[in-house]
Ligand binder design. Structure first.
Ligand code: 6R9
Length: 571
């Protein structure tokens, strides 16, 4: 299909002459922009917060523009420095050392950001958890990381299985606190008496900074380990792709439990010292348009699922809001439908710029930048300093217009440095010097990349990665369920929904009550976004002779597609 191309508009974009910059750019040159270039000792929290707080022209600028339906707050760079210093002192008092894992399990709030930077200032590794996680999801992550401390709220505490977490020494409670045991720390009380001054722990570029858990097709979620060096790329893409300028009001809608919410909800905007909008509460078209209008957002980073829901909400509601501040929109997480780009041109009179990257890559790699033509349906082209290609299974590059593995030449600054405690898993990403993403794509003659799908069984539902194994494991914990196979089923708004095929244990009869009970069991045990929207009871689940669930076959049946090679199917 020959989609209408959308040319770049004239404008004062940060990155002009993309092709020329690509030819001459080197990451080493860029390092000269950083204050640590001389010493080699860094801390991403210093670069994001303290550097601006120490600048007389910047210190009173609003860093965090927080709002939720029941709360509003403005936090300047100087205040954010002070609060994160205080929290770093609280952590030190309770014996947190460089390299310790400190996890956050709480909604977006000013306290979250103070605590997050406090952790980084001590040289500890921060592990943000999505607030909707239920007990099993929390347990898996805190156990695997051997987290020493957790920051949470009294409301969420019941989902923290304390008895199963021998390494967890202390729990900081943000909010009204009735716990009295010595294990608990009262956030407000300790912050009140903590000093405003803190000597930031200067670390090496390769020292640990962040652990983000993400799902693969097998096994439990894996801890993707990032280091302070990632900031070089957060900074560069903040410049080229986010096109951030001094006076921007920037809004990234992602939760910091996911990588977009840290790399682009925290680091990129604050490395550039811009005002960062954080909106608490739940999604609704009225709320989001209201936020764009009220906060006078200029640069907006969001996701296809949300955009599709805005499309469904219609154009009338757009017209009710004054969105004239908005000048730049980006999207990430799933394929961006060409129809959504067409709609964006009508509704906002702006192009929506797709960007591609992953938890493992730490920052954007393939993007549409403001000064280049957009080809709707394409993810764009690699950023300067990054080499992307399509390779076969042996890691050999294949010609344009042929589908294969989307791969990146290893060595970009924000690349993960390990899978926590799982070196063989880490090694399995790399073939012949290429990082192999697990996505399939092709490249056209002009170097634009076109996403085709996942090559493994990972499900992408409303932009969130869900591993079928996790859901299957939870399903079979239900007393009625004998076996389970889980797939992603295409869905117009959510990209994919989770569909589970199950067999029942003897003595159980299929009924809508039972299916709803099973669904709730996954929802309350794992998380809402992992609960199957569709459940189908079958006589058996197809498996290979070695006992692996043949999800591909389930999917073909579901979609009425040819079943392909079934020679390994168990009789
Ligand atoms: C940042 C983030 C990564 C997976 C990735 C791919 C899908 C991300 C996309 C996209 C099509 C895009 N994905 N961006 N698919 N077009 N622009 O989303 O990280 O949660 O780890 O997901 O998401 O399948 O492999 P993560």
């Amino acid at each position: 299909m020959d989609m209408q191309r959308v040319p770049a508009r004239e404008g004062d974009h940060n990155l002009q002459n993309y092709e020329k910059v690509r030819e001459t750019f080197s990451w080493d040159d860029l390092k000269k922009n950083f204050s640590w270039n001389e010493t080699g000792k860094v801390n991403i929290a210093h670069e994001s917060v303290d550097r601006h707080a120490q600048d007389p022209t910047k210190k009173d600028k609003v860093a965090l523009l927080y709002s939720a339906p029941d709360r509003e707050e403005k936090v300047t760079f100087a205040e954010l420095r002070k609060q994160s210093n205080q929290f770093a002192n609280v952590l030190k008092k309770h014996h947190i050392e460089k390299g310790d894992r400190v996890f956050l399990f709480m909604p977006r709030s000013p306290e979250f950001y103070a605590a997050f930077f406090g952790i980084l200032k001590t040289g500890a590794i921060a592990g943000p958890l999505f607030e909707a996680f239920m007990e099993q999801a929390v347990r898996d992550r805190l156990q695997d990381s051997e987290a020493k401390m957790l920051i949470t709220t009294p409301d969420l505490l019941e989902r923290v299985p304390q008895d199963d977490l021998p390494n967890l020494e202390k729990i900081v409670l943000v909010g009204k606190n009735t716990e009295t045991s010595g294990k608990f720390i009262d956030y407000l009380k300790e912050m009140e008496v903590a000093s405003n001054e803190f000597d930031v722990e200067w670390v090496d570029l390769e020292d640990g900074m962040l652990l983000h858990y993400t799902s693969g097709s097998t096994g439990k979620p894996k801890g993707v380990y990032h280091v302070h060096n990632a900031m070089i790329q957060h900074y560069a893409t903040g410049d080229w792709v986010l096109d951030l300028k001094e006076d921007d009001v920037y809004w990234c809608t992602a939760d910091p439990g996911w990588v977009t919410g840290t790399s682009y909800g925290i680091f990129a905007p604050w490395l550039h010292g811009v005002t960062n909008v954080i909106r608490g509460g739940r999604f609704s078209p009225e709320d989001w348009y209201g936020t764009l209008e009220r906060e006078k957002v200029t640069v907006w980073y969001t996701a296809p699922t949300a955009l599709r829901m805005l499309v469904s909400a219609g154009e009338d509601i757009v017209k009710k809001h004054d969105l004239s501040s908005l000048r730049h929109i980006m999207s990430v997480g799933e394929p961006l439908n060409p129809e959504v780009i067409t709609w964006g041109l009508k509704a906002f009179d702006l192009r929506i710029h797709d960007t591609w990257w992953m938890t493992e890559t730490g920052a954007q790699l393939i993007v549409n930048i403001p000064s280049e033509e957009i080809r709707p349906g394409s993810m764009g082209k690699p950023i300067p300093g990054v080499e992307a290609s399509i390779v076969d299974n042996e890691g050999n590059e294949i010609p344009p217009n042929q589908m294969g593995n989307l791969a990146i030449k290893a060595g970009w600054p924000s690349m993960m440095r390990a899978i926590w405690k799982n070196p063989s898993k880490y090694d399995s990403y790399f073939v012949n010097g290429w990082y192999v993403s697990g996505d399939s794509a092709y490249r056209d003659e002009d170097g634009y990349f076109w996403f085709q799908g996942r090559l493994d069984d990972v499900i992408n539902t409303a932009g969130e990665r869900v591993g079928p194994f996790e859901v299957e494991s939870k399903l079979i914990e239900h007393p009625a369920v004998a076996e389970a196979g889980v797939i992603g089923k295409p869905h117009p708004e959510r990209g994919e929904i989770i569909k589970a095929f199950i067999t029942l244990n003897d003595g159980y009869e299929e009924s809508s009550e039972l299916l709803e009970d099973i669904r709730q069991f996954v929802k309350t045990g794992l998380s809402a976004h992992a609960a199957p929207r569709e459940l189908e009871v079958r006589e058996s689940i197809p498996k290979t002779r070695s006992g692996k669930i043949m999800r591909r076959l389930l999917k073909s049946w579901e979609l009425g597609l040819p079943t392909g090679d079934t020679s390994t199917l168990e009789e």
